[in-house]
Design a protein around this ligand. Structure first.
Ligand code: DAT
Ligand code: MG
Length: 156
């Protein structure tokens, strides 16, 4: 068990479909701490870096066109095992296969329009947070509910 930070991007389809508030709310209610948040536009060069594992795929041009087509909401969430917890809250890549109750399972019918990005490992999370946030854009603060979100032996 370890305190981790992970990166979320809400994609242009989440803006068009007015899902931003609903999605943020799910993470808040889960007990994850928001330590940074901002809107941004992704340049094609950043897309090629962020989706470096996919640039050779036939769908990559469409992915880049879409992810650079409108606003994104970037945020960083903190919690025990946050990377895995957030991926489970998000659901699998193909939203049609995503479990009901997950964000993709509840709000999307698509792989290419699946509303949300979340870091897939702790190593990726560190790189992705550094890609989109400066140190001074991440906030250290005490969450007063912490004692009710975690038991004594889970707070380290
Ligand atoms: P995830 O977003 O679940 O981490 P990924 O890293 O494999 O999935 O892919 C990144 C994004 O690329 C994904 O959210 C949507 C798009 N994508 C992946 N596979 C695709 C496919 N087969 N067809 C179209 N878009 C795809
Ligand atoms: Mg991924």
């Amino acid at each position: 068990m370890a305190m981790e930070r992970t990166l979320i991007l809400l994609k242009p389809d989440a803006f068009q479909r007015a899902l931003i508030g609903e999605i943020i709310s799910r993470f808040e209610r889960k007990g994850l701490k928001i330590v940074g948040m901002k809107m941004l536009h992704m340049a094609p060069a950043v897309s090629k870096e962020h989706y470096g594992h996919l640039t050779s795929k036939p769908f990559y041009p469409g992915l880049e066109k879409f992810i650079t087509s409108g606003p994104l909401l970037a945020f960083v969430l903190e919690g025990q095992e946050a990377v895995e917890v957030v991926r489970n809250v998000v659901g699998v890549t193909n939203s049609r296969k995503a479990t009901a109750g997950t964000i993709r399972g509840d709000f999307s019918m698509s792989t290419g329009r699946n509303t949300i990005h979340a870091s897939d490992s702790l190593d990726t999370a560190k790189k992705e947070i550094a890609r989109f946030f400066k140190k001074e854009e991440l906030f250290e603060y005490k969450l007063e509910l912490w004692d009710y979100i975690y038991a004594e032996d889970e707070k380290a």
